[in-house]
Design a protein around this ligand. Structure first.
Ligand code: NAD
Length: 269
């Protein structure tokens, strides 16, 4: 058993390993669409994989960012001691790569599902704002958002588009303090509201759709586990197996997020 200190909820660490029936991909897609249509409360849980087709690399795996960069630049205590050094890399990783990215079909299908009443919320680990840009309205940003910068002294928030990142580190116009991206660094807590809303939705979910996540990042990966614990059907979209696949996933749709969600969308709208 695993105790979650934030919410005081107990989760079984490993939920029973199941043997899944092998079915042709088109049948699995159809079954998934049926689950979604029948469900009164559906939540999507998304990871870096949903944005890969928008040109944003994931952190892990062969083309992952951590093969090119040292994760210490996102370690809170290292950052606080070396903000100028860290900002050079942060600008390159998050603002040069992310800025021109636009939502792909996977983000768009999820937004359309919400519009049609077929999806109640998106819990995302991503910080790229692409769900909102696609039109999703209820997005719980588990790890924050790179589009906002925050003054750690006075709390003032800035939209990154109003800041000239040619001059780093960016500073607060009120007190001259260095601004930090408003996403979670290693060693930082999860934003309270996003955390509470994500687990509340997981408890209500009849279907949880996991898209493009390794399941290696905690406590985020407890969200679909909590949904499973509360009886939700878990549909997973990922070309690879993840830490979810053999433990909580009911239907694994092996493939790229945009292709699979487009196919599901064809049965929904
Ligand atoms: P991850 O980087 O650990 O893993 C990505 C997952 O996506 C893998 O399981 C991979 O098989 C899968 N994937 C790759 N291409 C895919 C595709 N086209 N369609 C569907 N799935 C695909 O991602 P994670 O589990 O989200 O954890 C990484 C952490 O890094 C998160 O906390 C997140 O905040 C952060 N992150 C965010 C972004 C972003 O905002 N876009 C990018 C990189 C990392």
């Amino acid at each position: 058993m695993l105790y979650d200190h934030h919410m005081g909820i107990r989760f079984k660490k490993n939920i029973t390993f199941k043997t899944k029936k092998i079915m042709p991909a088109n049948i699995l897609i159809e079954k998934s669409a049926e689950h979604i249509i029948k469900s009164k409360y559906t939540v999507a849980f998304t990871g870096a994989g949903i944005s890969v087709e928008s040109g944003i690399p994931p952190f892990r795996g062969k083309h992952g960012l951590w093969n090119r960069y040292n994760p210490e630049v996102l370690d809170l205590s290292f950052y606080l001691e070396n903000p100028v050094h860290c900002w050079r890399f942060i600008r390159e990783i998050f603002y040069d790569f992310f800025t021109d990215a636009t939502p792909n079909d996977a983000h768009l299908v999820l937004a359309k599902m919400e519009e049609k009443g077929l999806l109640q919320s998106v819990v995302t680990q991503n910080i790229d704002n692409l769900h909102q840009e696609a039109g999703s309205k209820t997005v719980h940003e588990f790890h924050g958002n790179s589009k906002r910068l925050k003054c750690l002294k006075c709390g003032k928030m800035f939209d990154v588009t109003d800041i000239d990142l040619k001059n780093i580190p960016p500073k607060c116009d009120e007190d001259g303090e260095i601004l930090k991206p408003d996403f979670i660094f290693f060693g930082e807590g999860i934003p309270r509201k996003a955390y509470e809303n994500s687990f509340a939705d997981a408890e209500n979910a009849e279907v949880c759709i996991i898209v493009g996540s390794t399941g290696e990042v905690t406590p985020a990966s407890f969200v679909p586990r909590a949904a499973k614990q509360n009886g939700a059907t878990i549909i997973e979209i990922n070309p690879q197996e993840s830490l979810f696949t053999n433990y909580i996933t009911d239907v694994h749709l092996k493939g790229k997020a945009s292709e699979i969600l487009n196919q599901i969308g064809n049965h929904l709208f």
